[in-house]
Design a protein around this ligand. Structure first.
Ligand code: PMP
Length: 310
């Protein structure tokens, strides 16, 4: 089997139909390709179920609304389509990429007159941490670009255009021998990495940046829930990069990354400590619970319709 993304066996749900993988195509004059107007999700399949499926589908709808468009599918319909295409691909573990975009009827800055499309592509992906990462953590650096202010862009949307600087920073980090980059927000506070949220252990408390116009991670919410179950205090607050010096543990979390320990930030070493290890074990159990497809701690996405762009 070829390893390129467009030349594989399998099925992709595309505007209501389940198509053979190679037939799921968009035209080169598609609005989203030129102007970044696609919104998407990244989901994981564990034991045949998509973890927090309802929350991801709702966040997708909400991301489109933040870009001022409506998906022609409801959250339960998107959930159902996802289950159907995961089943068609007979996947018990893997990754799912739903993507909605504005089409090719007209081309210009305005998307008025384009239709909205939705595709859902699942594929096999194990994503287990290597022993080296599990025991030593990843090696990260600070990014140069920052997350945008609310006056600059709707940063809460998981929108293609917002990944422009993430991609530049991730590539810059990889080329310099790091695994990822940490991004500050427009006020110089710690925000997130190029594709995951961040937690620090300071003293006996878990600390994570309060969501300020960057992605409200579904894994981040799950981590807060797991920590609270263990009776740990979690502070969601402004975190300045200087506070990295006070932290004993640092980890990133996201759907694809799961919980990944940070072993060093620009040469400053961190231990893979007891809080990170406990949460990694808790998360491995949580994603396999039979009721894992629901909203979990991310139920607020279900009521996201009022989160319209200004
Ligand atoms: N921030 C960014 C920029 C991301 O791409 C992701 C991954 N979707 C996250 C945070 C974590 O979000 P989630 O836990 O919902 O996957």
């Amino acid at each position: 089997m070829s390893l390129t993304m467009d030349d594989r066996d399998g099925f992709i749900w595309f505007d209501g139909e389940i198509l053979p993988w190679r037939e799921a195509r968009a035209h080169v004059l598609t609005h989203a390709l030129h102007y970044g107007s696609a919104v998407f999700e990244g989901e994981r399949i564990y034991d045949g179920r998509v973890f927090r499926l309802a929350a991801h589908s709702a966040r997708l709808i909400n991301s489109a609304r933040l870009l001022d468009y409506e998906l022609p599918w409801t959250q339960p319909q998107i959930d159902e389509a996802t289950r159907a295409v995961v089943k068609a691909n007979t996947l018990s573990s893997g990754y799912v990429r739903p993507i909605a975009w504005r089409g090719s009827e007209v081309l210009g800055v305005s998307a008025i007159g384009t239709t909205v499309h939705l595709a859902i592509a699942p594929w096999a992906q194990e994503g287990r941490l290597s022993v080296q990462v599990r025991d030593g953590g990843i090696n990260v650096t600070l990014a140069r670009y920052r997350r945008p202010s609310p006056e600059v862009a709707p940063g809460g949307a998981k929108a293609a255009g917002l990944y422009l600087v993430c991609g530049i920073e991730k590539d810059r980090a990889l080329k310099a021998g790091f695994d990822d980059a940490l991004m500050l927000d427009w006020q110089g506070r710690l925000a997130e990495s190029t594709g995951a949220n961040i937690f620090l252990t300071i003293g006996d408390r878990l600390v994570t940046p309060k969501i300020e116009n960057f992605l409200d991670g579904i894994t981040r919410r799950a981590v807060i829930g797991m920590a609270q179950k263990r009776g740990w205090s979690v502070d969601e607050r402004a975190v300045m990069p200087e506070e990295l010096a006070d932290a004993s543990e640092v980890f990133l979390c996201g759907t694809a990354a799961e919980i990944v320990p940070v072993g060093a930030i620009d040469g400053r070493p961190y231990q893979i400590g007891p809080m990170t290890r406990s949460l990694m074990a808790d998360y491995a159990a949580l994603v396999r619970q039979p009721d894992s497809e629901g909203f979990g701690e991310s139920a607020h996405f279900a009521a996201g319709s009022e989160r319209r762009a200004a």
